[in-house]
Design a protein around this ligand. Sequence first.
Ligand code: CO8
Length: 373
Amino acid sequence: MHSVVISGTGLYQPPYTISNAELVDIFNRYVDEQNTLHAGEIAAGTRPALPYSSVEFIEKASGIQQRYVIEKSGLMDPARMCPRLTERPDDQLSLMAEIGVDAAQKALAAAGRTGAQVDAVLCAASNMQRAYPAMAVEIQQALGAGGYGFDMNVACSSATFAIEQAVNAVRTGSARCVLVVSPEITSGHHAWRDRDCHFIFGDVCTAVIVERADDATSPDQWEVLGTRLVTQFSNNIRNNFGFLNRAEDSDPDARDKTFRQEGRKVFKEVVPMAAAHIESHLAALEQSPSAVRRFWLHQANQSMNDLIVRKMLGTQPHGDVAPLILDEFANTASAGSIIAFHRHRADLAAGDLGVICSFGAGYSVGSVVVRKR
Ligand code: CO8
């Protein structure tokens, strides 16, 4: 068995931002249009009027201030409220692969590696742009990587679940250097017209290099002490979009064909699940939460992360123990904990212990315990 390190990370940040004020403005314009359109039914009491969204609610309930998106004009059009993208020919790099390659090149540079030195590519994200060929194989070719590639989806836990696959492959010798790439174009499958969740998501792509410790030359190495995954079925976060929709003659624009959730239930059920998961993972490694210098947690909700840390440490989270990036990026599905790790690790010293942990749809929880070398 080989020792394994994370030796580099990369981040693709989309060119456009949408502030909460812009988002609420466009949502409320949509509400006005709908309520005008259905004024008769609303007056007759046969249809409820749509309520406005509010910046104050979004910031208080979630901690989100803005989000990045890959295309803005379509989202800012109340008659559309969906990104406006152009279909690409088959011989052109697809959009998910393009942002995957961007993040991957940054991660490779940080690790001091070239694409040719990668021998496995895992594309791990909440949604794939097409059924096949795998996005990972397209990224593999664009980078000049060898070995194999495959796609995987565990919603918000896709990246941590992929890191476990990468770590196992390197530990057992079936690969030496694995790229985990998480292109999350959440704007393409988000319900921008649902007041309960229209503010939640943002686009991004992260990349992580996992390699054999003996091979690593990066000045920034994180030994992987262990990984642990758990799933438990829940319908509280669900998207019914899928390849059988056409055969079922279902409406492709129906509400259930984009993201939906019972946010409050998710909050209540996932907080104890994630805290217990991290605690038991650390205990199995003969460590405790108080020995952890930093938690890079999934970025869905500020209060959720505060509560998870409070449950584990018994005190209010202090200083920089669990840094947030959701104020700037919003929820970026599987990329959130990786962005936190990417942005907030430079100040840690050799020997410091950290935990990357994702949680979300499935339910799924994945943790990666690392120590700075
Ligand atoms: N503006 C103003 N008021 C609002 C708004 C709004 N936009 N939305 C709701 N309200 C109102 C409600 O009507 C309600 O009013 P009342 O009390 O009068 O009934 C009140 O505010 C409270 O509503 P909620 O109970 O819904 O609000 P919460 O305090 O629960 O906050 C959150 C909502 C922020 C969504 C919160 O529940 C939360 O963060 N929960 C955790 C969610 C979570 O972690 N989900 C994980 C999802 S991510 C994932 O798994 C990845 C999926 C794959 C990616 C998909 C990409 C598209």
